[in-house]
Design a protein around this ligand. Structure first.
Ligand SMILES: [Mn+2]
Length: 293
């Protein structure tokens, strides 16, 4: 039997449609790596994070998962291609019952698998935290669907406008030229680089607040490499000068009240270094705490 994330009850996919509870959050894993041009291992994160969570108490001075008004359900892991109808069904149920979704990746390509099936309109927006924009048209060369193309693909699929897409924390030295140009010109998305977050917190929080105020529904995707390598030392692609946890949490406090979907991707760890898992579990509890408020 698969371990369940601490504080979550195990639920089967078959029982999804019959649950009556309001105020529900569904967690599931997509342990999948589509194309890897760099170090592998993020597919192990869903179960490794579940297992690591059991070492926590899930109780802090400000949050106690066991006294939450939200019902937390873990519906297990899915294959994003072979079980794509199930992903669609999860969205259908979530929409009907006003349920929040928390997804554990996998590499960043899984964000396309989930959000390509999500409901979108002009009052829906996307915010992603990442070292890289993931806006390549092809990455690696000749591959049109990967962790490096996810937001170009979503923009294309849902015909998203520039002002529906906010990218926070870019600081990569490994960006492809095409995607670098898209960020630099800011023709396709809005971007707050990591350096701007570091040097001007008030301006950053104001841009985020204004962005959020224009929408009814926001989807959030968090790539581990948005955070500095000091916090997650086993990134698949190491990029120094990333965001701090405090910076991301202050932004999430503004964003999450309107957010119905969060995914956490690329939480790669190694046999010798499991810091990424501790950090990932802590981040998940923080997200639950902000969502509870
Ligand atoms: Mn990414």
């Amino acid at each position: 039997m698969k371990r369940t994330f601490l504080g979550f009850f195990k639920k089967s996919f078959a029982s999804l449609d019959s649950f009556e509870e309001n105020n529900t959050l569904i967690l599931f894993g997509l342990p999948f790596e589509r194309v890897k041009a760099n170090k592998r291992g993020s597919r192990k994160a869903p179960n490794a994070l579940r297992k690591k969570s059991l070492e926590f108490s899930a109780v802090s001075t400000t949050f106690n998962i066991f006294q939450s008004r939200i019902n937390y359900f873990d519906i297990g892991d899915y294959h994003p291609i072979r079980e794509k109808e199930k992903l669609q069904e999860i969205w259908n149920v979530a929409l009907k019952k006003n349920t929040k979704i928390l997804v554990l990746g996998g590499d960043h390509s899984i964000t396309y698998d989930t959000l390509s099936k999500a409901p979108w309109d002009e009052k829906t927006a996307l915010i992603w935290f990442d070292a890289h924009a993931d806006l390549s048209d092809e990455y690696p060369s000749g591959i049109f669907q990967s962790h490096g193309t996810v937001f170009a693909n979503l923009k294309d699929k849902h015909k998203l406008k520039k002002d529906q897409m906010l990218f926070i924390g870019g600081h990569a030295y490994t960006q492809t030229i095409g995607e670098y140009k898209k960020i630099q010109d800011e023709t396709e998305i809005i971007h707050i680089p990591a350096q701007s977050v570091h040097s001007n917190k008030n301006e950053t929080l104001k841009i985020v607040t204004d962005f959020v105020s224009r929408f009814d529904r926001i989807y959030v995707s968090i790539d581990s490499d948005a955070f500095d390598q000091a916090y997650v030392p086993t990134h698949a692609t190491m990029e120094p000068f990333g965001l701090t946890p405090q910076q991301v949490i202050e932004i999430l406090e503004i964003v999450l009240p309107k957010t119905s979907y969060v995914d956490i991707v690329e939480f790669r760890h190694t046999f010798f270094n499991k810091t990424a898992l501790n950090f990932g579990v802590g981040l998940i509890f923080k997200i639950l705490e902000i969502w509870e408020k």
